[in-house]
Design a protein around this ligand. Structure first.
Ligand code: SF4
Length: 475
């Protein structure tokens, strides 16, 4: 995935398993394959019907867990989470799965997405005297579950989930059951698989493959699937929205190319984006190079579509830590320098098409154009496999503010000038949606500014942007 400061930050990845041997090891494998969705913290909670045990910490999956810590988590089901957070919210309390003890036992949950009405619900409970342990939006679901209004009535979890607005994929567990749920607009992907008689849930199908599970189907928007010793049951906690809002940015950038989400293989969609880009923005050039890794598939598609040969203009050092873990811009910029090297032998004397998945602030793309030219490229034509990213996301993706987004304040020509590129072309919104038979069922708000939910109360409030962000607390 695109690793620099000039990229949107990932969201989170979740896993749930039931009826399997060594669930902690299986969840570990699933989280490992979802590492691209969050690199700052990870956690696993496991239960055996009586006891619940957990292990979590900050860092990559293979740094947080050891063989010993996994072996200490005993049971036959559990959930896991990988998380990205902003600098300000690196609190251990925020690391998921969240685990609380209610009057009727232990509950744990892991969340991907952002609840747009979390502040409202939180404030309602705080006014009534509730104490929150974290600064995440996800915790409001715990309070809803513990609320006597919901606790004392049938369909408690479904009723609590129905109170939430925004983007969510949840895996929730008690000491004897596992629940997976997806919001009614289907913003976030969540898939279900099987291993023998056991059930497995993951944010992406690459997680299922890593765990050795067979894909069964997507968890449907508005659906809640419960698995316990009596088997698997599906219920609807909310009617699916007439028009869904599946996050198209998953296809552009977030999801792993080998995953199949929203009914499509991600690599194939990105190839298609590259081909469409070559039709929308053709150029005479000698080679097509990708900005690795997330630009790879689209660059290949551009090469296929244009007939211009693909070559490796950049080589990525995979052993450098992901730059956004480092908080200061200067450190991040150093990280970028260490991470991508230009191959002068490939680009010298050539007219180069540089294909990338997106431009956020523009600073990193400008550096790359400069490096290609320093290495002897005679022309650099930048092609981006999505439309200009000009608006904030309120559904769990950490884009900078509109003012910081280069497309939020500059025209395409001004951006081209800023990058120092000879030409610049973005994929159109029509092109972005064209691989899908149901184009209306996708969210494109960060490109179009047309939000699928009411976000008027959130504009300008960084605090509400994501389940992994710090809420602003009055003291
Ligand atoms: S605003 Fe963009 S990143 Fe956010 S959910 Fe919509 S498409 Fe995805």
């Amino acid at each position: 995935m695109m690793p620099e400061s000039d990229s949107p930050r990932e969201e989170c990845g979740i896993v749930g398993v039931y009826g399997v041997d060594a669930p902690s090891h299986l969840i570990y494998q699933g989280l490992f394959s979802l590492q691209h969705r969050g690199q700052e913290a990870a956690g696993i909670v496991v239960a055996d019907g009586t006891n619940v045990s957990s292990s979590k910490g900050q860092g990559l999956v293979n740094e947080v867990f050891s063989q010993k810590s996994l072996c200490n988590l005993n049971g036959h089901f559990g959930i896991g989470h990988v998380r990205y957070s902003t600098t300000g919210s690196k609190r251990i309390q925020n690391v998921q799965p969240l685990v609380v003890e209610c009057v009727d036992g232990i509950w744990a949950l892991a969340h991907n997405g952002n609840l747009v009405n979390a502040a409202e619900i939180r404030s309602m409970y705080q006014e009534a005297g509730a104490i929150f342990q974290t600064s995440t939006d996800s915790e409001v679901l715990m309070h809803l579950l513990a609320d006597p209004m919901f606790r004392s009535r049938p369909g408690r979890v479904a009723r609590a989930l129905a109170e939430l607005d925004g983007a969510f994929a949840f895996v929730i567990m008690t000491k004897n059951c596992l629940i997976a749920a997806r919001d009614r607009r289907g913003f976030k992907p969540l898939v279900m698989g099987k291993i023998g008689a056991g059930y497995v849930f993951a944010s992406e199908t690459c997680g299922l493959v890593q765990m050795g599970a067979e894909y069964v189907r997507d968890v449907e928007p508005g659906e809640m699937i419960t698995v316990d010793e009596t088997g698997m049951r599906s219920t609807t906690f909310a009617e699916p929205a007439e028009t869904l809002a599946q996050c198209v940015f998953e296809m552009v950038y977030f999801a792993r190319p080998d995953s199949r989400i929203f009914g499509k293989n991600v690599h194939e969609v990105r190839l298609e984006y590259g081909k469409l880009l070559s039709q929308e923005h053709p150029v005479e050039a000698d080679i097509v190079v990708a900005v690795p890794d997330s630009g790879n598939s689209a660059a290949l598609g551009y090469a296929h579509g244009s007939g211009i040969p693909f070559d490796f203009g950049f080589i990525r050092n995979h052993y450098v830590g992901r730059t956004f873990i480092m908080p200061e811009m200067s450190d991040r910029q150093k990280g970028v320098d260490m991470k991508l090297a230009v191959l002068p032998e490939v680009v010298k004397g050539k007219r180069v098409v540089m294909v990338d998945d997106s431009i956020v602030r523009g600073t990193t793309s400008a550096k790359r154009v400069m490096r290609l030219k320093e290495a002897g490229a005679t022309e650099v034509h930048v092609r981006i496999s999505c439309p200009p990213t000009a608006h904030a996301c309120f559904y769990g993706i950490d884009f900078p503010t509109r003012e910081e987004l280069i497309a939020g304040t500059k025209t395409v020509e001004e951006i081209r000038e800023f990058l120092g590129a000879d030409t610049l072309g973005y994929l159109s919104v029509k092109g972005l949606l064209s691989p899908f038979g149901n184009p209306d069922d996708f969210c494109t708000a960060c490109f179009t500014g047309e939000y699928p939910t009411d976000v008027s109360s959130m504009k300008g409030k960084k605090a509400l942007e994501s389940g992994v962000h710090e809420l602003e607390l009055d003291v």
